[in-house]
Structures are given as structure tokens and as C-alpha cells.
Write a protein that binds this ligand. Structure first.
Ligand SMILES: Cc1ncc(COP(=O)(O)O)c(C=O)c1O
Length: 400
């Protein structure tokens, strides 16, 4: 509205300064677009946007310009036709499962060692809703094929690099297997990031990210995203209009801003992880190190083939020799640079005790089945100097 002084102060307070049409300029960075609703020259134009015959926005739960920009960036980085953003990684996993046809009576085959909340969503929430969840060791292709043959699932859900055991999934082989039996392959690519691996280029149908991690990278935003075909995106878009787990424009802005430095942050994080893994492997207090960059890791050759020399990820885990929860907690408290915060993929180095955080929702029997002992520690390497990180680890290990 123009500054129409004939209108009352009350009306001017509501409308003045708003809805100024962009003339002939383009902001360099995508603005945070907070509008819930949108106006058009005519109601026929609005009707055409609702019908999908004209590009535009009608309501923030359907789509939003800042979110669209983030989705376009992810689609580009993942080599996808399209992407759909969510308010969290868990919302993205849930949406991809619904999008590929998971419903009462259907079966999902999933990797045994998926992220704890994913495990519990499958074994708890979805199971109570009538979905059958079958968990398998995805490193054993024979076991995966038998489970698929027997249960005829709608999908197989795996993580490119698993949390927290760092197993590497043979995505091309798993894609062939699932497609032979008419199922979709969903890949949680959070640990690898689009820098390391693009599952869709290797046959996957849906790539999922907790964008809270490497994509945003700075520990200041919760976000999720699914990259997929244009046809699948339509299904996800319609679903999201109903369930509303959308990403907000402020979060989309932060995620979009964060991902610009992904190719600069990640190589440093990967180098730090490699160096720390090799160092820990030689340490007398460490029983076992899980990191695909180590030559004796069972997934090393596969990682080399899939990741094309770009590295092996920024997360590793290790078992403290003879340690239980108490010793792990003392070790975590003794660290001064590596922060005991419950996340990963940040520029800050982080340490976590999977048994009491990421995999806390599992029973102790389930943790034993998956292979998560109380002495297991997970490290997510940041971009700090490797020398400082190693001194921090050395000093903390000396205290236990
Ligand atoms: C591999 C993986 N997938 C999904 C999630 C869930 O993401 P969010 O916390 O953004 O919901 C996490 C969280 O740690 C994760 O590690």
C-alpha cells in the first residue's frame, strides 16, 4: 500500500511499507521470505497457481521461495530432478517411507544399524501402525536378498555410511536387488554428504539427509531433505501439504547459506578423521577403531570404489579397552576442544556416547544385536587443527 495519508493511523500501521513490487533488481543472496500468503493481480491468477498451471506460491505450508531455493541447491548437489525439504531429518525419513508406499500391511526391510531414532520409528511407531519392519545386515547381500524375496517389501532403507558403526552400503548392488523385486531403495546419505556420494546416480530412488549435519554444517539449524525424481517429488509435495512437516524459511536460509562452504569444510573434516583414526588405532587404551578409511575396515575397498578418492567421511567410532559408561563419561568430560554435544557434521569436533544418546531408545538387547557396546565412543571431526585435536585426545585418554 502506498503511504496513503487519508487512511487511518491504525490501517497505515498494518499496511504501510508492505508489498512493494520488485522492479529491476535481483538480490545476490536469497532473502528470507516469511510471508504465509501471497497476492496475485487477479483471483484467476491465484486459481492457476493453486491448480499448478502457473508457477507461484499460495501458502507457506505448500511451498516458500527460500525453501524452494534450498531444495534447488540440494537437487543440484545430489544430481536429482527435485528435492523436498522438511523440518528435520526424521521428518524427511518418515516422508520418504510414506512416499514410497509404506502403509499398514506393507513391509520395510532396513539396515540393522541405522540411526537410533530411525530404528525405533521402524520397530516402534511404524510397527504399531501395522507396518512390518525387517532388519538385516546390509553388508551381507545374500541375507538382504533372502529378506526381500521372503517379505516382498515396498522398500529397502539403508545408510550410505552407518551410524555409529561406519559400515558402508553397496548402494549399486542394493539398488539392483531391490529393483529386481519391485521395491524402492531409500538411502540416508547424511554421513557421506553429497560431496562424497550421490546415491541416485548409483540406482537409489530416494536420497535422504538430516541437513542438520554436514549440509548446514554449523550446528545452528534443524532441517531435513529428500532428493528424488520429479514424479516422486509430486507425491512428497502432496503428502507434505497434509502433514505439514515443512522447513521454515529461516532454517532454509541457514541451510542454504551453510551448504555453500560444504566443499571447503568437508575435505578438512575428512583429513582430520583419517589422521585421528590412524592415531587411535595405535593407542594402547583403544580396542578397536571403526573408520572406512582404515585399510583393515571391512568396507574399505567398497568405500574406495564408491567414493572415488574423495575421502571416507568425517565420523569415526572406537571402543575404549575394558571401558563401560562411567569411563567413557570421564573421558568425554576430560576433553577440552572436542565437545560432548549430541550431533555430528559440524565445523566443531564433537564426541558422543551412542549407547546413552543416539541409540538410547534401543533396549540393551537391541544394542547388543546391532553391536553397540557401552565402551563405544563416536567422534565427528570438525575443521580445527589436527594437532590440537590429537593433543586433546591424548590428554583425555591419559585420565582414564
Ligand atoms: C544418519 C542420521 N539420519 C537421520 C538423523 C535425524 O536427523 P534430525 O536430527 O535432523 O531429525 C540423524 C540424526 O542424528 C542421523 O545421524
Amino acid at each position: 500500500m502506498k503511504n496513503n495519508s487519508s487512511r487511518s493511523f491504525q490501517t497505515r500501521a498494518v499496511h504501510s511499507g508492505e508489498r512493494v513490487k520488485a522492479v529491476d533488481y535481483t538480490p545476490v543472496t536469497t532473502p528470507i521470505s516469511t510471508a504465509v500468503g501471497y497476492l496475485y493481480e487477479s483471483m484467476d491468477d491465484m486459481d492457476a497457481v493453486f491448480a499448478g498451471s502457473k508457477q507461484g506460491y499460495v501458502y507457506v505450508r505448500y511451498s516458500n521461495p527460500t525453501v524452494t531455493a534450498f531444495e534447488a541447491a540440494i537437487a543440484s548437489l545430489e544430481g536429482a530432478e527435485a528435492a523436498q525439504a522438511y523440518s528435520s531429518g526424521m521428518a524427511a525419513i518418515h516422508a520418504a517411507l510414506l512416499g514410497c508406499g509404506v502403509k499398514a500391511g506393507a513391509t520395510v526391510v532396513a539396515a540393522m544399524d541405522v540411526y537410533g531414532a530411525t530404528f525405533t520409528m521402524l520397530r516402534g511407531l511404524l510397527t504399531t501402525l501395522g507396518v512390518n519392519a525387517r532388519l538385516v545386515n546390509v553388508s551381507d547381500l545374500g541375507e538382504v536378498e533372502s529378506a526381500i524375496k521372503e517379505t516382498k517389501p515396498v522398500c529397502l532403507l539403508v545408510e550410505t555410511i552407518s551410524n555409529p558403526l561406519l559400515k558402508v552400503a553397496d548402494v549399486p548392488a542394493l539398488a539392483s536387488l531391490t529393483h529386481i523385486y519391485g521395491a524402492s531403495l531409500l538411502v540416508d546419505n547424511t554421513f557421506a554428504s553429497p560431496y562424497l556420494f550421490n546415491p541416485l546416480s548409483h540406482g537409489a530412488d530416494y536420497t535422504i539427509h538430516s541437513a542438520t549435519k554436514y549440509i548446514s554444517g554449523h550446528g545452528d539449524v534443524l532441517a531435513g531433505v529428500v532428493a528424488t525424481s520429479a514424479a516422486n517429488k509430486k507425491v512428497l509435495f502432496e503428502l507434505n501439504k497434509l502433514v505439514g512437516g515443512v522447513l521454515g524459511p529461516f532454517e532454509a536460509y541457514l541451510a542454504l547459506r551453510g551448504l555453500k562452504t560444504l566443499p571447503l569444510r568437508i575435505p578438512q573434516q575428512f583429513r582430520n578423521a583419517q589422521q585421528v583414526a590412524e592415531w587411535l588405532q595405535k593407542h594402547s587404551r583403544v580396542k578397536k577403531v571403526n573408520y572406512p578409511g582404515l585399510a583393515d575396515h571391512p568396507g574399505h575397498a567398497l568405500a574406495e570404489r564408491l567414493f572415488g578418492g574423495r575421502g571416507y567421511g568425517g565420523v569415526l567410532s572406537f571402543e575404549l579397552d575394558g571401558a563401560g559408561k562411567a569411563q567413557v563419561y570421564r573421558f568425554m568430560e576430560a576433553l577440552t576442544i572436542i565437545l560432548p554435544a549430541t550431533t555430528l557434521g559440524d565445523i566443531y569436533s564433537l564426541v558422543l556416547h551412542p549407547a546413552t544418546s543416539s541409540h538410547r531408545s534401543l533396549t540393551s538387547e537391541e544394542r547388543a544385536l546391532v553391536g553397540i557396546p557401552d565402551g563405544l565412543v563416536r567422534l565427528s571431526m570438525g575443521i580445527e587443527s589436527p594437532d590440537d585435536i590429537l593433543s586433546d585426545l591424548e590428554a583425555a585418554l591419559a585420565t582414564i
